[in-house]
Ligand binder design. Structure first.
Ligand code: SF4
Ligand code: SF4
Length: 469
C-alpha cells in the first residue's frame, strides 16, 4: 500500500486501485492516474500552469479539473467555530473503585483503582439528577457504569438503572445504559437483568488463555481466563453481538492470535488498543512494535474483508469504525466527548474530564455538589483544526485528535498528539479506504446493509466514539 500526501489530501494505491481522499470533508473517490497527476501539478503550480504541464488531451484535462472542483479538492478549509458551551449528555459513573483483578497494565492503579471505595446511593442518584440538568434540550442521555469492576457494586447499578429510567420518564427523555466490565461476575441472574434493561456490555478480555492469565490475573495471582470465558458465554448466548475490548502489550504482538482466541470464546466483535501506559513502562510499545502492528493490521484487514464479503459475523471494530466513517463521510473535530459532552464521576462525586483522569486534580471539573465546567471551554477550543500537530494532518477529520489521556501520558499535556499512535491510526485509515473500496466494488448494497444496520435509530453522536476503558 502506497500513501502520498497531495496538498493536504491523500492518495492511496494498492494492486492497481488508486483512491483519493479529501481531508476536508472525508470524501473518498476512485480516480485515474491523470487526476492524481493533475492535482499534484495544480497544488504546486496553479490550475493554468497545470493544464500546460500535464501533456494530456485538453478535453480530458478539463473534465478531470471539473471533477476535482466538484469534489472540493481545490477548496480551502472552511473555518470551524467551536460552540462556547455544550450540553453534557453522558456520565461515566465509577461505581466501584475496587477491582477483583490485578491487571498488570492497569492505568488507574496509581490513582484510584483498587481502593476500597464504592459509590453511595446518594452520589449515584445526584449524578443522574445532574445529568438530566446538564443535558439541556437533548432528548437522549447516556449512563456508563465503570470501575474498578462495576459489578462489585451491582446493587447500586441495578438501583440507578431503575432510578434513571423513572427520571427519564418524568422528564420526557430517553436514557441508555452501558457498562465496561471484566467478565468475572457475569452470573445468569446479572446477564438476565442486563438484557431486560437493554444495557450494552463491553467485556475487557485480552485473548487466549496464556495471554489473559498473564495480563489479567485475579488478586491472588490465579488466571482469570476460565472464569471469564465461561461467564461471557452466558452473555453471548443471549445476544446477537458481544464486543471484547482487548489490551495489547509487547508480550503478544500477534493480533491474529489475540483475535482468534477471542473468537473461540464466542465474541463476534473485537476492539484492540495498546496498553494505556506511559513510554517508560515495560509494557509500552516501542516504535518498532508499532511498525509490527501495522503489518498485523494488514493481516486482520484481509480477515475482516473476507469475513464481510462472505457474510460471516466477525467484526474488527478498529477497522469497522474508520470504514463506517468513510461510508458516512464523517467529519470529527474531537477525539471523543470527554470534557465536552461527557464527564467521568468518581465514587465520591468528584467530576473529571473522563474516567481515566479520576484523581487528577488538573482535570477536575468540580463535584456533583458543586460542578465547575471551566475546563470545558479549553476542550472546546482544542478541536482538531486548531490543535498544533493535528491541523495539517490528512487524517484529522477521521481521527478527531488523539485521546486526551494518551497525550497526557506520553507528553504531560493534552494538546500534543501521541505520534506513534498517529502513525498507526493513519495506516489503519488508509487500509480502511482500500477495504471500503473493495467492498464497494464487490457490492455497494453490502455497505448500505452493514452500516445502516449498525446505525441506531437515533443519533448517538454525543457518545465517545473511541472509548478506551
Ligand atoms: S492525533 Fe495524530 S492522527 Fe489524529 S489528527 Fe492528530 S496528528 Fe492526525
Ligand atoms: S478517548 Fe481518551 S479522553 Fe476520550 S473518553 Fe476515552 S479515555 Fe477519555
Amino acid at each position: 500500500m502506497e500513501v502520498s500526501c497531495i496538498g493536504g489530501h491523500v492518495s492511496v494505491k494498492e494492486d492497481g486501485t488508486l483512491l483519493l481522499f479529501n481531508a476536508i470533508d472525508s470524501g473518498l473517490y476512485t480516480i485515474e492516474p491523470i487526476t492524481e497527476k493533475l492535482l499534484i501539478l495544480i497544488k504546486n503550480h496553479g490550475i493554468e500552469a497545470a493544464k500546460m504541464l500535464v501533456e494530456e488531451d485538453f478535453s480530458i484535462v478539463e473534465e478531470k479539473i471539473a471533477e476535482l472542483k466538484e469534489n472540493k479538492f481545490l477548496d480551502s478549509q472552511p473555518e470551524f467555530t467551536p460552540p462556547e458551551t455544550a450540553p453534557i449528555t453522558t456520565v461515566s459513573l465509577n461505581v466501584s473503585h475496587e477491582c477483583n483483578l490485578n491487571c498488570r497494565y492497569c492505568y488507574g492503579s496509581k490513582t484510584y483503582v483498587g481502593k476500597k471505595q464504592f459509590m453511595s446511593r446518594e452520589i449515584g442518584e445526584l449524578s443522574i439528577d445532574r445529568l438530566f440538568e446538564w443535558s439541556d434540550d437533548s432528548k437522549m442521555v447516556y449512563v456508563t457504569f465503570f470501575g474498578g469492576e462495576p459489578l462489585l457494586n451491582v446493587g447500586l447499578v441495578k438501583h440507578l438503572i431503575q432510578y434513571g429510567k423513572e427520571k427519564a420518564r418524568s422528564q420526557g427523555k430517553d436514557i441508555l445504559f452501558s457498562m465496561t466490565c471484566n467478565g468475572t461476575l457475569l452470573t445468569d441472574e446479572i446477564v438476565g437483568f442486563l438484557n431486560e434493561n437493554g444495557v450494552s456490555v463491553l467485556v475487557s478480555m485480552d485473548g487466549p488463555k496464556n495471554v489473559q492469565d498473564q495480563n489479567r490475573p485475579f488478586k491472588n495471582g490465579t488466571g482469570s481466563y476460565d472464569t471469564v470465558a465461561s461467564n461471557v458465554q452466558k452473555l453471548i448466548a443471549t445476544r446477537n453481538s458481544v464486543t471484547a475490548r482487548a489490551t495489547l502489550t509487547r508480550d503478544c504482538m500477534s493480533l491474529n492470535t489475540l483475535v482468534q482466541g477471542l473468537r473461540e470464546v464466542g465474541f463476534t466483535n473485537v476492539h484492540v488498543e495498546p496498553a494505556a501506559v506511559d513510554g517508560s513502562c515495560p509494557f509500552a510499545l516501542s516504535e518498532k512494535e508499532f511498525e509490527t502492528l501495522k503489518e498485523e493490521y494488514n493481516l486482520l484487514g484481509e480477515l475482516f474483508l473476507d469475513s464481510v464479503l462472505n457474510d460471516s459475523s466477525f467484526g474488527f471494530s478498529n477497522i469497522l469504525r474508520t470504514t463506517s466513517a468513510l461510508y458516512k463521510s464523517a467529519v470529527r473535530h474531537y477525539p471523543c466527548g470527554a470534557g465536552r459532552t461527557l464527564v467521568g464521576i468518581d465514587s465520591t462525586g468528584d467530576i473529571y474530564l473522563c474516567h481515566r483522569f479520576t484523581g487528577m486534580e488538573e482535570f477536575s471539573m468540580g463535584t456533583v455538589h458543586d460542578p465547575d465546567f471551566s475546563l470545558q471551554k479549553k476542550i472546546l477550543l482544542t478541536h482538531v483544526d486548531a490543535r498544533e500537530g493535528c491541523k495539517e494532518c490528512w487524517a484529522r477529520h477521521l481521527c478527531g485528535g488523539s485521546c486526551w489521556h494518551e497525550s497526557y501520558s506520553h507528553h504531560g499535556c493534552i494538546d500534543e498528539p501521541y505520534n506513534l499512535k498517529c502513525g498507526l491510526f493513519k495506516h489503519v485509515a488508509a487500509l480502511s479506504m482500500i477495504i471500503f473500496s473493495k467492498m464497494h466494488e464487490k457490492d455497494r448494497k453490502l455497505l448500505d446493509k452493514m452500516f445502516r444496520r449498525n446505525e441506531p435509530s437515533y443519533k448517538r453522536e454525543d457518545l465517545p466514539e473511541k472509548t478506551q476503558p
